[in-house]
Design a protein around this ligand. Structure first.
Ligand SMILES: *Cc1c(COP(=O)(O)O)cnc(C)c1O
Length: 468
């Protein structure tokens, strides 16, 4: 590509992006395509000769676009959001143009120093006290893996990396039965093994870990000669927003010398609003906390904020060169690749900086407060309809419901989700609660309006009654 062509196609891509966002409401939210349909339209062999950009771009529009689910659609109510505020897209364009690899301070000093600064901005924004250091991980899964590796190494006096686990008694980690599957994976990958992830039953309206059961499990394990290492607590679990009592979990951990990692991947963004911080009261006692600005806050995927009370133990676990242990960042330069599993890292701090400056915390708080209010309003309206039931009350902007129609309630509600998503005006997903299907609704897309919440009420009611 010549420099002139690079300019031309960059401008064209930017115009395309702006037009795409402007017309996104006209598209069905979930892709309306069958498996294999897109692949069938893509050449089976790579081209021997270069092709003109006109042809490549045209194929992008005709072949790829119809197979996309539109995560930036204002009526995306499925899963959790993956918001990319336009300003963060602009930042990502600049990052992509520079394409710096930010593994060490010297490979990109500004990226490292901006990362330290904006993570401290985020720390203040969510109300964590001074003393927590932040790092951007590519995903909450990676942050959780890093935290579990620290748990393991701390419990084994930092011998695990060298000796492996076979030389030591089993390391034990505790979590509720509501935590995300990324915790299971971290347990597998860390070599701790699923058999040593102790599931503590969740109870009560918040579906929080039973604290007495947690305490008992740790005591039993210790008496049996096993090595309790840490607890993974969740704030805003993926299924229905399950939230542990963080203060109580940390008190147990303190008594037993365990490490606490808090997974607030989705709900953490809401902590920029002081009125929601009761949900994670006690979090300042935790050792490690992760939340995803790439979910609710609006920093283009991927961007996971990981806060750690003692970066030394993280660096001691992950840094490959022992001399670096001495300059983990408080006094010398920071090499963030020593704070995460991958060596190479993208420049992710720029989009946070752009986002926070362009919208201000007040702008982002207003968005989150609106989402919470609109979700509650929808739950309230559905609860008044005789043929709907609310299964779990709103936790922030997430609640679950069921339509009462047909003999097989699971089948009927799955059919309803499929019918709604085939219709395309809104997008929802389902979950299983105490063995039974329920439909999840979360309000969280960056450009959602009150009218979109009202449209959800109309669409859900209309389609439910049509298929009942
Ligand atoms: C989304 C989510 C995750 C996984 O996040 P990734 O960044 O995709 O790894 C983990 N935990 C919870 C509670 C989540 O909602």
């Amino acid at each position: 590509m010549t420099p002139d062509d690079f300019r031309k196609w960059s401008v064209k891509a930017a115009e395309w992006g702006a037009n795409y966002r402007a017309s996104i409401r006209d598209k069905p939210v979930r892709a309306q395509t069958a498996p294999g349909e897109i692949a069938a339209r893509i050449a089976g062999r790579p081209p021997e000769q270069g092709e003109p950009m006109e042809a490549i771009f045209a194929d992008f529009e005709s072949t790829i676009l119809p197979g996309m689910t539109h995560w930036q659609h204002p009526r995306f109510f499925a899963y959790f959001p993956a918001n990319a505020a336009p300003v963060s897209v602009v930042a990502e364009y600049l990052v992509s143009a520079m394409a710096a690899q930010c593994m060490l301070w010297q490979t990109s000093p500004a990226a490292t120093e901006l990362e330290t600064k904006v993570l401290d901005w985020l720390r203040q924004a969510i109300g964590l006290p001074e003393g927590f250091a932040g790092v951007i991980q590519d995903s909450a899964s990676s942050a959780t893996l890093a935290a579990i590796l620290v748990m393991r190494e701390r419990a084994l006096a930092f011998r695990g990396n060298r000796q492996g686990l076979a030389a030591n008694p089993p390391v034990r980690v505790y979590a509720s039965d509501q935590v995300h599957s990324s915790i299971d994976r971290a347990i597998w990958v860390s070599g701790i093994g699923e058999a040593n992830l102790v599931r503590i039953a969740a109870k009560g309206p918040m579906r929080a870990m039973d604290i007495d059961a947690l305490e008992a499990a740790i005591r039993t394990d210790r008496q049996a000669g096993l090595v309790p290492a840490g607890i993974v607590a969740c704030v805003g679990g993926t299924s229905v927003g399950a939230t542990d009592d963080i203060a109580a979990v940390c008190a147990v951990a303190k008594r037993h010398g365990l490490y606490v990692h808090v997974d607030a991947a989705w709900a953490g963004s809401a902590m920029i609003c002081p009125e929601f911080r009761d949900l994670w009261a006690g979090v300042e006692q935790a050792d490690s906390i992760v939340f995803n600005p790439h979910k609710w806050l609006g920093a283009q995927f991927d961007c996971s904020a990981h806060f750690i009370r003692d970066p030394d133990s993280l660096v001691k676990t992950l840094a490959i060169q022992p001399e670096y242990l001495k300059t983990h960042g408080r006094d010398g330069v920071i090499n963030y690749s020593e704070w995460s599993v991958p060596l190479g890292r993208r420049f992710r701090a720029l989009k946070i900086w752009f986002l926070l400056r362009a919208h201000g915390l007040e702008g982002l708080r207003t968005m989150i407060r609106n989402h919470v209010a609109w979700s509650r309003a929808l739950a309230e309206r559905l609860s008044k309809e005789p043929d709907f039931e609310i299964v779990t009350a709103p936790m922030l902007s997430l609640f679950t419901f069921r339509h009462l129609g047909g003999d097989d309630a699971d089948r009927h509600n799955l059919d309803l989700v499929n019918a709604i998503n085939d219709d395309g005006r809104i997008y929802l997903t389902q979950t299983r609660i105490d063995g039974r299907i329920a439909i999840r609704f979360q309000a969280g897309q960056f450009d959602m309006t009150q009218a979109d919440g009202e449209a959800a009420f109309e669409v859900i009611g209309e389609i439910a009654r049509r298929i009942a």
